[in-house]
Design a protein around this ligand. Structure first.
Ligand code: PHE
Length: 455
């Protein structure tokens, strides 16, 4: 019986709709929401960034999520093969899309390592040292220690994928994710009562359009791709496992909404706290924001070591489940494209990951002088993937669907299981609005980066 099921064309992996939503949310919710969103929102003018982000999720984000999931479910394949299904000449879109997770995964693991270091510090009762000036700076600029934590993070993720225990991890998520939400809300509420926090709340929620810039829009768009796991083949793979009977549109909407809510909560937790414990001059702190602000908030709380270790443990879980989904995607792409065994694919990916993670980590220390386009290695990888390759991949995907296979192909796939409520808007979005928007944002920010345009 069960072997017959394996050969059905839906290759359904999820026991029910809840299973899909949980797995997709586990991939979506991660460091992107907790670490990356707040520092970008802080840096790019708070409320202006927030509103731009929400508008982009509702338009571009939702369109792309629907598109990728439908392409996956329609073809039953992962990215490269899914595009090839429509003709050999489209394979390159799949290839482009597939390079992106390989760039993100290594530096994602470096930040995952930072999270582990903070967990270990709190678990050993080190809340006092975590707030010392220079604690974070001297940690990330040292040579061996961040690399060791990155290695531990990588080892964990590789082991889970190699031994195929992802299902177990996903089960634990049923407990970990709600706990993370509760803790986010509790820390946010606590933080809002600190003196000065209300100014931060205003900064985060009230737009100030004088802060609007092409760079802001590009950052918000890159963040949206990153956080919703778009434009890198992940959702094509997830869609290929989605049951033909499930309401695709609704599932996708729920995942996107959940992901956005978690980002907003993370912003509520961190940005007001920056005003209260560190001062608004620290808004531009960038990647270090979460690691220097939150420890100071924890220190005000009753049991800082307990709160700190619980928080960083839950962040670790969120990061690990996202990293697992990244690695799974990379493995399936390698195996699909070259027919090599999983074992061999894992070994090759491990080598590439280490080769890219080491410079990302050392870029904060002994290799700090090595800059590419004025950026450290980690920032550069982040920039290349989120601000350049993902918009290009998203543009190509929209053109492919809107102009080559036609929005009707997506419509037919969705209506296999349910009505397609946003059908009319979808067609206009995928054909005109989304590709033009992506192109405009990309072009204007590139021009302004090179000083050819001032807005
Ligand atoms: N979306 C994840 C996050 O927000 C990161 C991620 C990107 C995970 C791509 C999987 C694939 O952290």
């Amino acid at each position: 019986m069960s072997s017959a099921n394996h050969h059905t064309h839906t290759r359904s992996l999820f026991s029910n709709k809840f299973g899909y939503i949980l797995a997709a949310a586990a991939s979506a919710i991660g460091l992107g929401n907790l670490w990356r969103f707040p520092y970008l929102a802080a840096k790019y003018g708070g409320g202006t960034f927030l509103i731009t982000y929400i508008v982009l999720v509702l338009t571009l984000g939702f369109t792309l999520s629907i598109t990728e999931n439908s392409l996956g479910r329609k073809t039953g394949k992962s990215a490269i093969l899914a595009f090839r299904e429509f003709g050999k000449k489209y394979t390159f879109i799949g290839v482009l899309v597939s390079v992106i997770p390989m760039i993100i995964f290594p530096y994602y693991s470096v930040i995952g390592g930072w999270v582990l270091k903070y967990f270990a510090t709190y678990a050993r009762g080190g809340h006092a040292s975590a707030i010392e000036d220079g604690f974070f700076g001297s940690f990330i600029s040292s040579t061996a220690e961040p690399l060791i934590w990155t290695a531990i993070f990588l080892a964990f993720v590789f082991m889970v994928v190699a031994f195929g225990v992802n299902r177990g991890i996903e089960k634990s998520n049923r407990v970990m994710m709600p706990l993370l939400l509760v803790l986010l809300i509790a820390i946010s509420i606590y933080g809002l009562f600190l003196p000065g926090a209300i100014d931060g709340l205003k900064y985060f929620l009230i737009p100030d359009f004088s802060k609007f810039s092409p760079a802001l829009v590009l950052a918000a768009m890159g963040q949206m791709f990153y956080s919703l796991s778009l434009a890198m083949g992940i959702l094509i793979t997830y869609g290929s496992y989605l049951d033909k009977k499930e309401d695709l549109e609704k599932s996708v909407a729920q995942v996107d909404m959940l992901d956005t809510v978690v980002s907003i909560l993370a912003g509520l937790m961190i940005i007001p706290a920056v005003f209260a414990v560190a001062g608004p001059e620290n808004l531009g702190a960038g990647p270090s924001l979460m690691f220097i602000t939150l420890p100071k908030v924890f220190n005000h709380m009753g049991a800082p070591d307990l709160v700190g270790s619980a928080f960083f443990l839950l962040v670790f879980f969120a990061a690990a489940t996202s990293a697992i989904s990244l690695l799974e995607t990379i493995v399936s792409i390698f195996c699909d494209a070259t027919k090599m065994s999983r074992k061999k694919a894992l070994a090759i990916i491990a080598c590439i990951s280490v080769a890219l993670a080491v410079p990302s980590s050392l870029g904060y220390g002994i290799w700090a002088n090595f800059k590419i386009l004025g950026m450290q290695v980690l920032d550069f990888m982040d920039f290349i993937s989120n601000s350049l390759l993902m918009p290009i991949a998203a543009f190509l995907t929209c053109v492919f669907v809107g102009w080559i296979i036609g929005a009707k192909a997506i419509h037919d796939e969705i209506t296999l299981s349910s009505r397609f409520k946003t059908q009319k808007t979808y067609r206009i979005m995928v054909k005109y609005v989304a590709p033009i928007l992506v192109l405009l944002i990309l072009a204007s920010s590139m021009l302004s980066a090179f000083g050819l345009l001032s807005l």
